[in-house]
Design a protein around this ligand. Structure first.
Ligand code: PLP
Length: 427
């Protein structure tokens, strides 16, 4: 199986050389446990695969997947760049030491104030619409300002309908057939449009849609190049590269994937007689998903009409199973080699029937007090957590060479009061 699972000599789940049960005992549950070396390995495997075939290549980590400051610092230290979707993400990135030229902003439906704010922070914008382009020209001086345009390559894919970001049902980007007009508008407004961006969706393990999207984005870029003589400084094909979540899913052969796509890309550059632009990719999930395990504790085992394993976290802590019906592999970190004996539901502590981490999941005999590891929780895990049911957000722990360090304290009940104001007349 291609899941990132290691077991230590106590038959416990190993996370980056640390014992998952010890982490749970020391820091409490629920807790997100982050394996630093795995993040570094994922980044380097990805970067090396593409740069080997196309050296003028940059990775912009899509930090919406995981904005833990330590995670971003790790990637900063590796030389990675960052893709952001809100002024807050730009702010965090700059504070952590990413220089503006290492940051892209790919927001959508943003206000004039936000457009000006991210421009003033010095980052390059992937502009999502004619409206944003015109409004940007109103709030900043467009003369010679480098911008990139997000196009809809009319290819979409993803692990769930909500994560598909290309095609006729997508709100993102400009239409493929209006590209020349919009690039011309950018020029007429005084901008220097030097980039093109597309992103087709998230959680894609099938290589085919990527190839189609590269082809169609390059056909759009080639036409704009022919029509307007624009020499693109960069071409950005977004992120979306999937990772295995179930035991039967196979990881992409990233070297082969890179080779195929780069060759295809080079062919398109030749076809349209384009100079060699820098190639950008924006993986989020690929870098962080399998580097993080959510550790939870079993607090009740209940036989009702079905058997429920009740744990001390819910969709307020990890939303993906409830929001997308996503599968997350679950292991009993306390006894990794115990045989599978039952099919049970793993339920959270949120007061909603949909609060389930798994239905009919084959698991060993599980006792109250056991620590479960919910794997692949690093992407869209903590970043989508909430205070629903007035539950404080959990802690995050970073493991480096077997040593765990607290990198985010769990919230306290007092945090639930923060920023709320009870009017005097209600006191
Ligand atoms: N780039 C953009 C513009 C995105 O919206 C996203 C997420 O959907 C990504 C990159 C990263 O996607 P993933 O985490 O699937 O690689």
């Amino acid at each position: 199986m291609d899941l990132n699972i290691k077991v230590n000599d106590k038959d416990h789940l190993d996370i980056g050389g640390a014992d998952a049960v010890d982490i749970a005992n020391e820091f409490g549950t629920p807790v997100y446990a982050i394996d630093e070396n795995r993040i570094r390995d994922n980044y380097n495997r990805f970067y090396n695969a593409f740069s080997k075939y196309y050296p003028d290549f940059k990775v912009f980590y899509a930090c919406k997947a995981n904005t833990n400051l330590a995670v971003m610092k790790i990637l900063e230290s590796e030389g990675c760049c960052v893709d952001t979707v809100s002024p807050g993400e730009v702010y965090i990135s700059e504070k952590l030491g990413f220089s503006p030229d290492r940051i892209l902003f790919t927001g959508n439906n943003i206000t004039n104030e936000e457009l000006k704010m991210v421009h003033d922070m010095g980052v390059i914008l992937n502009v999502d619409s004619r409206s944003a382009l015109k409004r940007l020209a109103e709030v900043v001086d467009p003369k010679g300002l480098k911008v990139s345009i997000r196009v809809n390559p009319m290819v979409g894919a993803g692990h769930h309908e909500h994560t598909i970001t290309g095609g006729v049902m997508s709100k993102f980007g400009i239409m493929d057939n209006e590209a020349t007009e919009v690039y011309k508008l950018a020029q007429d407004l005084g901008f220097d449009p030097i980039g093109i961006h597309s992103h087709i969706g998230s959680g894609i393990l099938d290589p085919e849609p990527f190839k189609l999207a590269i082809g169609s984005t390059m056909d759009i870029a080639g036409k704009v190049h022919d029509d307007l003589g624009i020499d693109f400084e960069f071409v950005d094909f977004g992120g979306g590269i999937g990772v295995p979540y179930t035991p039967d899913e196979k990881a992409l052969d990233i070297d082969h994937f890179a080779h195929e796509n780069v060759e295809f890309f080079k062919g398109k550059l030749k076809e349209y007689n384009m100079k060699n632009p820098t190639m950008f990719l924006e993986p989020g999930r690929y870098i962080v998903a399998d580097a993080v395990t959510l550790l939870v504790q079993v607090n009740s085992v209940k036989q009702s009409y079905r058997k429920y394993i009740g744990v001390d976290a819910g969709f307020n802590t990890l939303l993906r199973p409830c929001m997308y019906g996503s599968y997350h592999h679950i292991v009993d970190a306390s006894k990794m080699s115990a045989p599978i004996t039952q099919e049970v539901d793993v339920a959270g502590d949120v007061c909603e029937s949909g609060d389930l981490f798994a239905r009919d999941r084959p698991l060993p005999d599980i006792e109250e007090g056991d620590i479960l590891g919910i794997l692949n929780s690093g992407a869209y895990g903590f970043t989508m957590a909430s205070n629903y049911n007035s539950r404080p957000l959990p802690a995050e722990v970073l493991i480096k060479d077997g040593n765990p360090t607290l990198v985010r304290k769990a919230q306290t009940f007092d945090d639930l009061f923060r920023n709320q104001i009870i009017p005097d007349y209600l006191q």
